[in-house]
Design a protein around this ligand. Structure first.
Ligand code: COA
Length: 172
């Protein structure tokens, strides 16, 4: 059985991430969407909140009712390679949007492969509707009271409104 991890900070999950999950579950027996934290970023949502939002978003998108559904949600601390070994995963899935992602992904893949040469990395291209979506873009739009419904599933939109407060309620 081929177990694949789709790791990310998912702060918060966007429609682009859901698109990758949809594609990944066609390819692997089990996909573990794994929430991680990275010292490179400060996070808006706690790991628990990010896991909860992922789970509600997958449910909302009816992904959990798809006949192919084989996705679990988890979180981990520490190195991705250690986590993969611990749960017996052999594949890491990464989403690719624009060319700009390539340099980071190249470095990320090679560094992880150095740490564990048994892991394979599969890069899936995001659908064109989500090519420029990112979690920080969504956070910034929400922070200033903009409409993020084009970028995120409704449970995330509601969570962002709760986090930042609804600007319209404040008369902004
Ligand atoms: N659609 C929309 N947005 C997408 C996307 C898609 N398909 N794929 C990625 N993104 C966005 C994310 O929202 C994120 O946006 P942000 O930078 O504005 O927050 C950005 O692209 C990068 O996301 P991602 O590819 O998930 O990387 P990340 O920096 O959020 O997470 C980890 C990286 C957590 C997977 C990585 O740091 C890790 O493995 N950490 C564990 C520790 C470790 O092993 N480190 C060694 C690394 S060599």
């Amino acid at each position: 059985m081929c177990v694949a991890i789709y790791p990310g900070s998912f702060d918060p999950v966007t429609n682009g991430h859901l698109d990758i999950v949809r594609r990944a579950e066609k390819l692997f027996n089990r996909v573990i969407v794994a929430v991680a934290s990275t010292p490179r970023k400060s996070h808006l949502f706690t790991p628990q909140e990010r896991v909860e939002l992922l789970s509600r978003s997958l449910r909302h998108a009816s992904l959990d009712r798809s006949p192919l559904y084989s996705t679990w949600i988890d979180s981990f601390d520490g190195l991705l390679t250690d986590y993969a070994k611990r749960i017996g995963a052999t594949v890491i899935i990464r989403g690719l949007r624009a060319v700009a992602d390539f340099e980071f992904e190249f470095q990320f893949t090679l560094a992880n492969r150095d740490m564990d040469p048994t892991l394979e990395f599969v890069h899936l291209m995001t659908g064109k509707d989500n090519l420029y979506t990112s979690s920080s873009l969504v956070r910034e739009i929400a922070h200033f009271g903009g409409d993020v419904s084009r970028f995120v599933p409704p449970p995330v939109k509601e969570a962002l409104e709760r986090k930042y407060g609804k600007r319209s309620d404040q008369g902004a």
